[in-house]
Each structure stands twice: as structure tokens, then as C-alpha cells.
Write a protein that binds this ligand. Sequence first.
Ligand SMILES: NC(=O)c1ccc[n+]([C@@H]2O[C@H](COP(=O)([O-])OP(=O)(O)OC[C@H]3O[C@@H](n4cnc5c(N)ncnc54)[C@H](O)[C@@H]3O)[C@@H](O)[C@H]2O)c1
Length: 371
Amino acid sequence: MIIGVPKEIKTNENRVALTPAGALEFSKRKHTVYVQSTAGEGSGFDDDEYEAAGAKIMSTIEEVYAVAEMIIKVKEPIEQEWPLIKPDQLLFTYFHFASYEPLTEAMIKSKAICLAYETVELSDGSLPLLIPMSEVAGRMAIQEGAKYLEKPVKGRGVLLGGVPGVAPGKVLVLGGGIVGTQAAKMAAGLGAEVSILDINLPRLRYLSEVMPPNVNTIFSNEYTIRKMIRDHDLVIGAVLIPGTKAPKLITADMLQTMRPGTVLVDVAVDQGGCFETTHPTTHDNPTYIIDHVVHYCVANMPGAVPATSTLALTNATLPYALQLANKGWKQACQDNLPLRKGLNVVSGKVVYQGVADAFNLDYTNVEDVIV
Ligand SMILES: NC(=O)c1ccc[n+]([C@@H]2O[C@H](COP(=O)([O-])OP(=O)(O)OC[C@H]3O[C@@H](n4cnc5c(N)ncnc54)[C@H](O)[C@@H]3O)[C@@H](O)[C@H]2O)c1
């Protein structure tokens, strides 16, 4: 198969969908890989490394789209890429269709095959191509939170680990899923006193077994949250109720009960946020202050650490991309149910129920398009 890897052109996106190591795997299997020049630059890979791994470098995005049977990307195609997409071309990338109707309409019109990373789903309901980014964001949440606790950036001036003779900082993690678990581990590693709250008791039991001694597990409810935010330095929002907006666990009135300089990091901002005062921010201007409480609400946290995020993402996507190249998308989706769940739009038909529901579009059963 002919595979194309365009350079990401969405603002501040420095990840790339294929590493030189991935290019080598395709080359070994006699596939042809075209990489747009400097596509890997933001993640630390130069054109020579791709060429050494068997890929060919193309100078423009137009050339890559024109030649490729399968395009692998990171972010959804943005408007200027839409006219480049060809009928029957396979696009394997994040799409997040339900959040943007014009993209959905454009992909229907293109008659391309759109396989979305975010809906590839294993039999236990987990989302293997979203997990790596949650892991990155969870770990980063503590790094960012620790930074904004410093006094010059209006934080409380607390060192999370404390020092001998001085108590450590206190970290409250709301939600004990992927993001929350990684955040709690990082905070614990720094020596902070950590509490992780969830409403899922089996999950709390598991966390209580695997977490270090400086992490407490606590059942989440409004009473407990109101009480705990009064003396915690850093609060991480990491809750998710699949398919709906995040619940507002910290309401605007609660900010007045926190100590000035408390830092809130709302990782769940991409689902509307779990603090009432959350609004999305960017890496250029990541924080704002309300009632002396610092808010960090960057919607694409992994974008700030592309060298790590690219490897984390491609470790997860490459095995699927290889199956698609080896077998063609139809056979690969017939053989692999998780991959089949990634199909969202196929040759002008919406085959993912959630996307059809979001915009009141006709839905076609995915089984009908893979025969
Ligand atoms: N900002 C970013 O860059 C970024 C990056 C990755 C993920 N995210 C977002 O982070 C959020 C968390 O992702 P995840 O992968 O950890 O999800 P997850 O499903 O693994 O975990 C969510 C947890 O929240 C718990 N929960 C639900 N309601 C709760 C409540 N009322 N109180 C306490 N806990 C509650 C669930 O039981 C679950 O354990 C998602 O919204 C995801 O989209 C954001």
C-alpha cells in the first residue's frame, strides 16, 4: 500500500503520526511510505532519519495527499486539507466528528474512508488510542500544577514535596481513571500528600492496592469535596462520564472557600470541564485567575510535549496501521472488531451511531459497508 504522512498544520500541533521506527516497519513489509518534508521536526525526527528507514520525502502536502492510498495523521483534517482528500482514500487519525459538524459534512462529501483513533474500542470498552494521551496529560497535570503553585505566577508558593521539617503540599485528584491514576502517581513520587476521589468503588479498591502509602483513596461526593478543597494546594480535574459533559464538581461559590493561590488543573476541559469556572485555554496563555484561584485548562495538554506524545501515540497506532496496510481496510475491519469500531464515515455514509445522532444524519450499519 502507499502510505502518506502529511505535516500537521493545525496551530501548535507538533506531533507526527509516524516515527522513523514505524516507517521501517512499513518498508520491511514492502509498503511505500511518503513523508512530507519536516513533518517529524517538531517531535525530533529529521527527514534523513525517515529516508534511512526507507521512506521517501515529498516537499508539499498536496503531493502527499495525491499519491497516498492511506493517510495517517494526528489531528482531524482542517479546512485547507479537505479539497485534497480523494474518494476511497483511507484516513486514519483523530477526528472527534461529534464536536464539529462542518468536518463531518466535508468528510461525507469527500467519499473517503474515515477511521477515527478515538472510537477504536476493545471488548472491555477501553479506548486504546486515547489512553496514551490521557497518560501524558495525567502526568503533565502535576508538572504544570507544581509550576503554577510558585509565587511569581500567583500560586500559593508551596513546594509539593516539602523539605525535611516542613510538611509536603496536598494534592486532590478528582477521578481515578487513566488521567487521575497517572497524576496521583506523579504527585506521590514528588512526595506530596495525595487523595484520589472516585465514585467507582471497585476502582478505589484497585487503586488502594497499587498506590504508594502517601495516596489515600476516598469516595467522591459533594460534601467531601467541599471539605477537602479548603486545605488542598493543587486540585486535578480528571473525571469522565462517557458520552456526556463532565459533571461540575467544583462550583463557582466554592472558590471563595479555597486559600488564595490554590491551583486548579482541569484536564477534563475537553469534555466541558469539571469546574464551573473552567474555560478552555491554550499553551500560549494557559492560566487565568478567578477569586485568587489559579485555573489551568489547556485542552490539548500533550501538544506541549510532542517528543513524548508522538512516541506514546505511535506505539499504540502502529499495530493497527500495519494491519490496515497489510490487509486493506475492509479485510482488516472484518477481522478486527476494535478496528471496525473506528469506522465513522465510509464512502459518504455515516456508520457510527454517535456521529449520526449528533447531527441528525442518516445512519448506515457498519456491517453493510465492510462486506
Ligand atoms: N486536556 C487534555 O489535554 C486531555 C488529554 C487527555 C484526556 N483528557 C480528558 O481527561 C478526562 C479523563 O480521562 P480519563 O482517560 O482519565 O477517563 P477515565 O474514564 O479513565 O476516568 C474517569 C474517571 O472519572 C470517574 N468519575 C466519574 N464521575 C465522578 C465523580 N462524580 N467523582 C469522581 N470521579 C468520577 C470515573 O469513575 C472514572 O474512574 C476526559 O475528559 C478526557 O477527555 C484531556
